[in-house]
Design a protein around this ligand. Structure first.
Ligand SMILES: [Zn+2]
Length: 278
């Protein structure tokens, strides 16, 4: 929590924040009075611009353990009745995933546009991926994030609100393109739906794969620990999503990678990503 320093001399500020007393003291006693009787005020020193922070500087990854996935067994869905999971815990082909609390997430880089929260463990790799993308003239400055963390509540709105739209009349039809609440990889915070600023009509559409951004991700994303969860023709029977990339770390030993790989273990084992991270 930053210390508020904007007010006039405030003894209360001095008392409440013992580690930030100098500014408060300076407001009460002119600096030269501390050492000697009050001398004439020295000429003001021109302000010195603060150094610009290096945008690629990233704090060490934070390992945050997700809460357990929701209860197993029959699930009430969209106020339309109860549905059964399959024996492996899936609901309409989607594995159950826990919902990362918003307080544990961080803002994605602003260059991705919009408001986007992600798991802190991916920050280092994400910044490196963006730096590499920006160094490639074919896509420099064009990568965007269409969607990142989605809470279970938002996923409920997304899934249930899409029932009966565009031919998605049943849960199974809807689940082809959207995970039921409690079953979206997005709720973990480890996923980004990437888009492009140059072909926005292709964002979250199959044609994204053919955009420069889509092609670049296919070639390079795995180098930074991102893999395509739902490749074309996947046996999980989920719609091909060339924009949907989950972070699992470049190696199992990378900080924060183990919890991510544990969360996605079933999906990665049974329905491998393509491109995938080893
Ligand atoms: Zn997605």
């Amino acid at each position: 929590m930053p210390v508020r320093m904007g007010g006039p001399a405030d003894p209360e500020t001095f008392v409440r924040h013992p580690h930030a007393p100098l500014a408060a003291l300076a407001r009460i006693v002119p600096p030269l009075c501390i050492l000697a009787a009050c001398a004439p005020t020295p000429a003001p020193v021109p302000p010195v611009a603060a150094p610009t922070p290096t945008p690629t500087t990233v704090a060490p990854p934070t390992v945050v353990v997700l809460p357990p996935a929701g209860p197993t067994g029959p699930v009430e869905l969209c106020g339309r009745g109860t549905v059964q999971r399959t024996g492996d815990g899936r609901l309409f082909n989607h594995f159950p995933y826990p919902d990362m609390p918003a307080s544990a997430l961080i803002d994605a880089p602003t260059t991705l546009g919009g408001s986007c929260k992600v798991h802190p463990a991916m920050a280092g790799d994400l910044y490196r991926l963006l730096a590499a993308a920006d160094a490639d003239p074919a896509i420099a400055g064009t990568l965007r994030a269409v969607s990142c963390h989605r809470s279970e509540a938002l996923q409920r709105q997304t899934f249930c609100g899409g029932i009966g739209v565009n031919g998605s009349g049943s849960f199974a039809e809807r689940a082809w393109a959207s995970a039921p609440p409690g079953h979206s990889e997005h709720s973990t915070g480890y996923v980004i739906d990437f888009g492009t600023s140059t072909s926005t009509a292709c964002n979250a559409e199959a044609c994204f794969a053919a955009t420069p951004a889509g092609r670049w991700l296919r070639t390079n994303a795995a180098k930074f620990g991102f893999e395509m969860s739902f490749p074309a023709g996947n046996k999980q029977q989920v719609k091909w999503e060339p924009w949907h990339w989950r972070w699992v770390g470049t190696t199992p030993n990378e900080a924060g990678a183990a919890p991510a790989r544990s969360i996605f273990l079933q999906a990665r084992t049974r329905f491998p990503a393509e491109p995938k991270v080893d």
